[in-house]
Design a binder for this molecule. Structure first.
Ligand SMILES: [Zn+2]
Ligand SMILES: [Zn+2]
Length: 373
């Protein structure tokens, strides 16, 4: 008696005097537990095979008797011989059928078509106003010539000779560990049960063709770079009559020459010469809508002031109203001066003397100084 002889009973977790019913119940419970389709643990498959091997011996009175008497040697090398082709497994095949049905070899049915992606570039003006944009792209469509059957003129397709129209192949396999019913999708017809013997010329028997289509994308006011619009059902058609996928259009807003965008606000940088800044001026501010807006700048305007022009920014994508246009002032010191300009500025310099640093700049300076003292 070797240690192996005890193993088959312990594999099933039963006593040596277990009744045939107890053997069967233990096997069913463990086979369910370790079936690789249900149990994803690394050792599940190995355990599953052990359980099968043990059951194959212990469910057969004759083999069980030999096993009890002679150990593993009594039922062949590791139990291999005498197992294959044995007819005495009550319910064994049924259990495997129950496992495999519905998990493999399923007949191919309708499948959803793929989603498609496209990118559309728009100008900032269009992002502010909203626009309709025409887009052309390629997608898979059901072949109209064969009504997606792949058979010339959509004629009926003959049954697949490989699987006799079932779409799946069932093979009873004898293995070291017992009898398996292996069910696979038929490779010849890929599970359809029928084959194309006279291929449609338009789609070469595929049932689908690539077609260029043109659609209009309604781009709402307020979109920004990265915004996405979905055109439902405008993706690839689904194989075998499945629903079409969607077309996702990603938007890209081109940078603008004049305006910078920060979400719903637009920024306009307004240059001023030193005379305009000192005396004040009426500035004409361009807007994204195309018209100009008057902005009165008071005498003594400084660099970096921000003036708000309400409701001339970008519309809110969800909800009402729009953002503002922010005008930033930049006082530009002249670098190229004529002789006359230099003379005038020299006179001015005498009368102006040395200016005080404006309050807000002084406070920055104070902060830096105190940080180092
Ligand atoms: Zn087939
Ligand atoms: Zn066709």
């Amino acid at each position: 008696m070797t240690t192996d002889s005890a193993d088959l009973y312990s594999v099933l977790g039963i006593e040596r005097n277990a009744t045939p019913d107890e053997v069967k119940r233990a096997f069913r419970r463990l086979a369910m537990e370790y079936h690789p389709d249900r149990n994803k643990a690394d050792d599940a498959e190995a355990k599953f095979k052990q359980v099968n091997a043990a059951y194959e011996v212990l469910s057969d009175p004759e083999k069980r008797a030999r096993y009890d008497r002679y150990g593993a040697a009594g039922v062949g090398q590791g139990g291999a011989q005498g197992f294959a082709g044995h007819e005495g497994f009550g319910g064994f095949g049924d259990i495997f059928d129950a496992f495999f049905r519905g998990t493999a070899g399923r007949r191919a049915g309708p499948q959803p078509g793929a989603d498609l992606h496209a990118t559309v570039q728009v100008d900032l003006e269009d992002a502010v106003r909203g626009v309709e944009h025409e887009i052309s792209y390629e997608r898979v469509e059901r072949c109209p010539d064969c009504r997606a059957t792949g058979q010339e003129n959509g004629a009926p397709k003959p049954s697949c000779p490989e699987c006799e129209g079932r779409g799946e192949l069932r093979r009873v396999q004898q293995s070291l560990f017992g009898q398996f019913v292996n069910v696979t999708t038929c490779p010849r017809c890929r599970g359809e049960g029928s084959i194309v013997d006279n291929p449609c010329k338009n789609c070469r028997g595929q049932g689908q063709t690539r077609v260029k289509v043109t659609r209009v994308v309604k781009i709402p006011a307020g979109i920004d770079t990265g915004s996405q619009i979905r055109l439902s059902g405008e993706g690839d058609h689904g194989p075998r009559g499945g629903p079409a996928g969607h077309l996702y259009v990603e938007l890209n807003v081109r940078p603008h020459e004049v305006f910078k965008r920060v979400e719903t606000e637009l920024i306009y940088d307004l240059p001023l010469n030193i005379a305009q800044a000192a005396l004040g001026t009426d500035a004409k501010i361009p807007t994204i809508d195309g018209d100009d807006v008057d902005l009165k700048l008071k005498p003594g305007t400084q660099s970096g002031e921000v003036h708000v022009i309400r409701n001339k920014g970008v519309p809110h994508l969800r909800g009402n109203g729009r953002g503002d246009l922010l005008v930033r002032t930049h006082v530009v010191t002249p670098t190229k001066l004529t002789k006359a300009q230099k003379d005038l500025l020299a006179k001015l310099a005498d009368t102006l003397g040395t200016p005080d640093i404006p309050d807000h700049e002084a406070s920055v300076f104070d902060r830096i100084r105190s940080a180092f003292s």
